[in-house]
Every structure is written in C-alpha cells, then in structure tokens.
Ligand binder design. Structure first.
Ligand code: GLU
Length: 484
C-alpha cells in the first residue's frame, strides 16, 4: 500500500453491530445529556443525503464496473468536508458513519464545515498506476456532475487507500470540467504542495494525535484517571496498530520528539514487539522495502497473529487503522491504560461499555484524529486566498525580531547565539500550520475535559465530545431558522 495513504488497514472490523449503529448509539447517549428537542436530535443524527454511483472503466481492454458513494451527513456549514476512501470493505453504512463522524469532528474543533465522506469499492493494490488514475478521474467526474465536489459545496480529502496522488487527479479533473472556477484548487485538500497543497498536511493527522495526547498529559487529574503518573509522554510504553500515514507519523513523533517507547507495532501481516522500544523509522523503511508488510523484521519478537498484540500490556494503545478492531470479543482482555483513537471508530460501542467498567480511558476519534481536517481547513483557506501562509509577514517579523535582539544587545546584554537563530526567524508556512493545529487540539481537549468533569451525566470523554458537537450543530441550525 502507498505509504502516503491516510490510513492503513490491518484487522477486519467486528460484526457485532454496524459502524453506523455504533456511532448513532453514542449520539443517542450524548443527546440524553442535552436539552435539545427530540425531533432536532433525530434530524442532526441522520445523514442528509447520499449519492451512489456505478460507472464503467476500460482496463486493459476489458470494461469493469465500479461502485462508489459520497454521503453528506450535515450541511449546517458549507462546504461539507471529508475524505474519500478506496477499500474493498467500503459500503454505504460505513460511508454514512464516517460522514457523521466528520460533522461531529468539525463542529468539535471549530472547523466551519459540514460532514461528508466518500468511498469507492476497490482494492487499489490490484491496479497499475495508470488504471488507478483512470478510475479516480472517472469517479471524480461522476461526483462533480452531481455537485458532490466544489470548493463551496463539498471538498474531499485523503483517507484510507488514497493520498496526495489521488487528490491531485481529482483537482485536475475538476479544473478540466469547471475551468471558470477561480477557486478550483480549493475543491479538494491533501494535494501535493507543488499542486496547491499546504506544508504539514501529510503529517497532520498523526501530529494532531500527538498534540492531543500531550494536552491530556498536562492535566494530573486526567492522567490519574488513566492510572498513570507524571505529566509527560516520556518513557510511556506505546503500542500502535497500523503503520499507514496516520500511524507512522503518530509513532514517529512520539518516539523522536516525546521520548515515548514504541514497544509494539501491528500490521496486516503480523506484529513486532520489543519491551525496550522499537525504532519506528527503521520498521517503516522495512515495511516500504518489503511490499508493505513487516513480516520478517529482524529485531524484536514477531507474532503472526497481529491482533494478539492489541492485548499486550502498555500505557497507551493507539489504533490507527480501521473501525471495529477493539470490540466485545477482545475488549475484556485489553491491558492498556489509555486508548488513543487515531483511526475512525476503532472501539465499538459495546467494547467501550466494557472498557469503561474496567477503567480504561479512551481519547475518542472524533477529537483525536481531527488534525487532518484541521490542516485541510488551512489548505482550503490558502487556496481561497491564493497566497501561501507567511508570504506577507515572514520577513517583516524576522526584521522586527532582529531589531529587538539589537536593542537588547545595545543595552549591554549578550543574547546567546542559539537563541538568536531561533528568535531571529519569521514564521514559515509549516510553523504556522503546526501552531494552528496545536492550538486547535489544546482548546478542544480543554472543552471536552471541562464537560466531562463538570457534568455527572457525562460518563466519558466520547460522550462529552459528542455532546459539545451536537450542541454546536444544533445551535447553527437554530440560528439559521431550521427548527421544528
Ligand atoms: N480523512 C480524514 C478524516 O477522516 C481527513 C478529512 C479531511 O481532511 O477532510 O478526518
């Protein structure tokens, strides 16, 4: 699988109930903590519209028919936003559940978008690059025709099985069909920087996950709740499931910047474990050089059945692949203190009930993986304003900072050289993106924990996060006059 893909897949989802049912049950629980008219709650919960399309593409002289979906869960804010997934397990239920999560995610972190998601039923590994381009462009065309793509209506992004390459094909298809749209680049996010993308989008979801975990560790009360000590990630044992784009950056940043010990890495073809910590970059390079798998990685202990490692003892378990991997069949055996959901929907509704009783704390997907869409928002703004961040102010700020250093030195204090190098620089696009992302993740977690600790009816971070999202969506519909 392309290492640029937003998410990777390892263990198939559990079939105890559908993904959408699981998301909706959480919604219902959150709704009971709010004072919102029942009818409005039902309206917010359900998907507004979904488009299903079948289209033919000639591959090596043979016509193949493909099936895809784009669901809009909520358009209380426009455009509706969310990734496009290419996978063999895509179906309408999954796309609708993911679209709903997008609405809640955007509302929670104050990104002014509605929620949407797309999916194409395909195994991208089975097709050559040229065929993938044909299929992607044709799918994009079908969505453009029905107004399911456009900078002001609906803006796709990468998800499982898609990455910069596909986003660039979508943007170019859109441009070919809407040549008069001056904002054509804003029709999709997650593009390569050279094709209108933004610095820091590829790492965004993973970096957002790390910012979220860092914020959690700033609150001793919360750390204690997860039966841990200290106020930092340093030395914490982490097991990560899925070394796709999200898992890779999460693990790499935790390892290299936060001093965490990545003791386990799970992939579709097995898992490696080393109590002393694995070198994430090394495992990742091995994966790239060995057809996308980690089987045969020479260090640590290898287990063929990767799901077993989900049950290994650790401080933080990070599922970063697909929905439903922690379900009622394995939840009771989880030995992690904290589950940090980097993927969408990795813990099922039933599993969460079991884990709550066991005292395992969960930082929910709806919050924790919002980094991707947050930086997508920055990219969209960059495209609409037709200028990169930092272009106007970088040098100005640099000059001002240097003047300040000069003034300090003239007053007789010598500023150390390493500080001059740091202070003397104006912000580049990547600095601003990371700063905006950090701020977004911090503020959102503060809201969640406040709701969690202040309202007895709110039994988990997930319910707190959902309640905040529902309230925000409800308020924007109400202000628009849509009220039963
Ligand atoms: N696919 C990502 C998600 O599930 C990103 C969506 C976006 O950037 O619009 O959040």
């Amino acid at each position: 699988m392309d290492s640029n893909n937003e998410m990777d897949m390892t263990v198939p989802p559990d079939k105890e109930m559908s993904f959408l049912e699981s998301v909706n049950l959480t919604f219902d629980m959150a709704l009971t903590t709010l004072d919102i008219p029942e009818g409005m709650g039902q309206y917010i919960k359900n998907v507004n519209n979904v488009y299903q399309v079948r289209f033919p593409v000639k591959i090596n002289g043979v016509v193949e028919t493909f099936i895809g979906w784009r669901a809009v869960h909520s358009d209380h804010r426009l455009p509706a936003k969310g990734g496009i997934r290419f996978s063999q397990m895509v179906n309408q239920d999954e796309v609708e559940a993911l679209a709903a999560l997008m609405s809640y995610k955007c509302a929670l972190v104050d990104i002014p978008f509605g929620g949407s998601k797309g999916g194409l039923l395909i195994d991208p590994k089975q097709y050559e690059r040229e065929s993938m381009e044909k299929i992607t462009r044709r799918f994009a065309f079908e969505l453009i025709q029905k107004d399911y793509i456009g900078s002001g209506i609906n803006v796709p992004a990468p998800d499982m099985g898609t990455g910069q390459r596909e986003m660039s094909w979508i943007a170019s298809t859109y441009m070919a069909h809407r040549p008069n749209d001056i904002n054509h680049l804003a029709c999709v996010t997650g593009k390569p920087v050279s094709a209108g993308g933004i610095q820091g989008r590829v790492e965004a979801t993973g970096r957002g996950v790390v910012f979220g975990i860092r914020e959690f560790f700033r609150y001793p009360e919360d750390v204690k709740l997860a039966k841990m000590e200290g106020n930092s990630i340093e030395g914490k044992e982490v097991i990560i499931q899925g070394l796709g784009n999200v898992g890779y950056y999460t693990a790499k940043i935790l390892d290299e910047e936060d001093g965490a010990k990545i003791t386990g890495i799970l992939e579709w073809d097995g898992a490696v474990y080393d109590k002393n910590g694995l070198n994430v970059e090394e495992v990742f390079q091995y994966k790239i050089e060995n057809g996308g798998g980690i089987k045969g990685y020479p260090k640590g202990k290898f287990t063929e059945n990767s799901a077993e490692l989900l049950e290994e003892e650790c401080d933080i378990l990070i599922p970063a692949a697909i929905e439903g991997v922690i379900n009622q069949s394995n939840a009771g055996r989880i030995r992690a203190k904290l589950i940090a959901e980097a993927a969408n929907g990795p813990v099922t509704f039933k599993a969460e009930t079991i884990l709550n009783e066991m005292g395992v704390v969960i930082i929910p997907d709806v919050y924790l993986n919002a980094g991707g869409v947050t930086v997508s928002y920055f990219e969209w703004i960059k495209n609409l304003s037709h200028i990169r961040f930092g272009r106007m102010n970088k040098r100005y700020e640099e000059n001002q900072n240097n003047l300040l250093i000069k003034a300090i030195e003239q007053s007789g204090t010598k500023v150390p050289q390493e500080l001059i190098a740091q202070i003397g620089q104006g912000p580049a696009e990547i600095d601003l993106v990371r700063s905006g992302l950090d701020d977004t993740m911090r503020i959102a977690f503060q809201g969640i924990r406040e709701r969690f600790w202040s309202n007895e009816k709110v039994g988990s971070y997930r319910i707190a996060a959902m309640a905040i999202s529902i309230e925000k969506i409800y308020n924007s519909y109400r202000l628009m006059g849509i009220y039963p």
